[in-house]
Design a protein around this ligand. Sequence first.
Ligand code: RAT
Ligand code: ZN
Length: 434
Amino acid sequence: MKPALPKQGSPPTDSIGAEKLDVVQISPVVEEILAATPIIDIHTHLFAPSFGKLALWGIDELLTYHYLEAEFFRSSHTSPEQYFALSKTQQAEAIWRALFVENTPISESTRGIVAVLKAFGLPTDRLNLAEARAFFQTQSLDAHIQRVFDLAGISLAVMTNDPLDPEEASAWLNGVPEHPQFRAALRLDKILKHWAANWQVLAAQGYQVDAQVSGESAAEVRRFLFDWYKRMRPVYMAVSLPDTFFFPAETLGNRLLAEAILPSCRELNLPLSLMIGVRLQVNPSLRLAGDAVGRADLRSLENLCRTFPQNRFLVSVLSRENQHELCVYARKFSNLMPFGCWWFLNNPSIVEEITRERIEMLGASFIPQHSDARVLEQVIYKWSNTRRTLAPILANAYRLLAEDGRSVTRNDIQRDVTRLFRSNAESWMNFNGR
Ligand code: RAT
Ligand code: ZN
């Protein structure tokens, strides 16, 4: 049986003593290494430029991010109905006025906009968006992407690719040219969570599937996934699951998971990413901003990791209350890789708590963050915030280690940061398929 988790790290050299850092050097060296190590952003909703309108960028898209829309309705008398009837530019102006002019932008998402404007040398305190719009309108997308990736310190972004989204599917069917900075992830939500509404789409494409997932259905879903694998060359498959998800249980989704998705992942040597804990549309009038969070029963993960030892599971859980259990399960199952501080967790106070806990329980054997960016320039502030939060946490871990009797070297720190930012992802995902 091949090991589920390729082990990381390199043997220590006998030069530890020669390079050891004084306690006062630890912080600056950690900061320097964090700044200089390019990140693989393993989960975004960004698209390569060849996807046309699906690739979102610029100030109006940044301001109408659903994280900001949720905050807008708390500080404006505009109703969701009135807001969604506006044009995109009017929506952006309403949000700018409510959250940046009439209020101080102290929340995480509003500060992010300020940080992006500053990164491009744009004013952050104007009454309107004229200068910001003029700047973004004059950028050429390819050069702008390179600049944004450089500013964010990332080398690669993994997209979220839905083969059952008509707009996206037609781009793939017409052929998507390779882009050095974007890779695909095959998203399965429509198949796993909404089979009743989607099986006929597969049937219409010539796959012998039915509403009950009987007969050849599972084998045909595997054929569908293989066909899409050839088109997308994804680095993993993925699904977001509700807090009520449980495995095993007699559901069509679980049958598809066990008989189609997991066998395909094994055959294609791809991990399956499970993002667990979303409560979809608790307030549908807010649209994309209308989802919430619920605590999940992570015995599902235990059951999956134990029942399918040949599968690799990349897991992010949305509820703060589930974080400790996730670490415990990662200690039990080496085919489980915790990743990211997702969505409502992506705030410095919570990221700090989760990351500290992960380091204490798992060393460097986890993936600390993903951006979940939907708009290109968001990676600038999200990754700057991640580095800023990580720096004192890592420095503190090395300081404690030094106090306990093992000095650290620059190589130790670089090895850990490389593992956290890149090589845990590289060893788990299939980046060579394309
Ligand atoms: O963080 C988000 O933007 C959410 O709306 C979701 O997209 C989530 O990240 C997901 O991938 O389902
Ligand atoms: Zn996401």
